[in-house]
Design a protein. Sequence first.
Length: 319
Amino acid sequence: MANSKSLMLFSGRGYPELADEVGKHLDVTVTPQDAYEFANGEIFVRYKESVRGSDAFVIQSCGAGINTWVMETLIMIDALKRASAKRITVVLPFYPYARQDKKHRGREPISARLMADLLKTAGAHRLMCVDLHTDQIQGFFDGPVDHLMAAPLLSDYVLAHYGSERLTVVSPDSGRVRTAERWADRLGGTPLAFIHKTRDPLKPNEVVANRVVGDVAGRTCIIVDDMIDTGGTIASAAAEVLAAGAATVVVAATHGVLSDPAAERLSACGVSEVVLTNTLPIPPEHRFGCLTVLSIAPILARAIHEVFEDGSVTSLFEN
């Protein structure tokens, strides 16, 4: 008798609402499980249904308390492996430790590579992530990596709400220029600008002057980045662009880490709107008046469907 493929969806406790939303798009119910911590902090996970032979997709958003959610993910993978799941795909909308992707100085770790090794050792066959901090992280995992992009979602929103205005895409620093270039192309070839940071060689890691390079005067400027943590870089970039004569400033980013004091900085820096996706949970205390959150669930659901059906994930992002 031929066996039919079985898609099973699993959710970590980091952001179960996102997994439920993905499940609704797929018409699949998240598999019930017992997950809790012992008194000493050890994590326990047990699935309430058989997973034998399934095509398992584990969704985990590693937000605040990131180390707890990383460990829980590894334990969930191990439980699936030992319960004979046929294939385990780990869906990490926000890849943990992605900023530690290389050594800046001696005696530093490359923690992004360590994360990939841990996931592989636990039993993951495939990874699915959204807007990795750097593309090279795809090569850290010894297996297929589906690198999804939120730019179509974010840029479509920007075009719908600001497309009639004179736009300039702004990179908050030189490291994000390539991302800004892709945004400029998606917005129809808009001008590009970036913040040039001048550093004092006698004061390591201290920026002494910022300068806007590009045409921003009288224009609606879209500052783009992959993530916003404490909001310092974005708030500084917004202030510089406004000082250079920008008419309006809009911020668009994929991952809203929003560690304190991000909400305070972003609400007070003069931007008209901050547009994020829900790759990470944003609690009420980290929300503010000009914040807009778009759902990444439809993109995740389509990608999961393509992987399950042996289709093409790349085709989802081809114009």
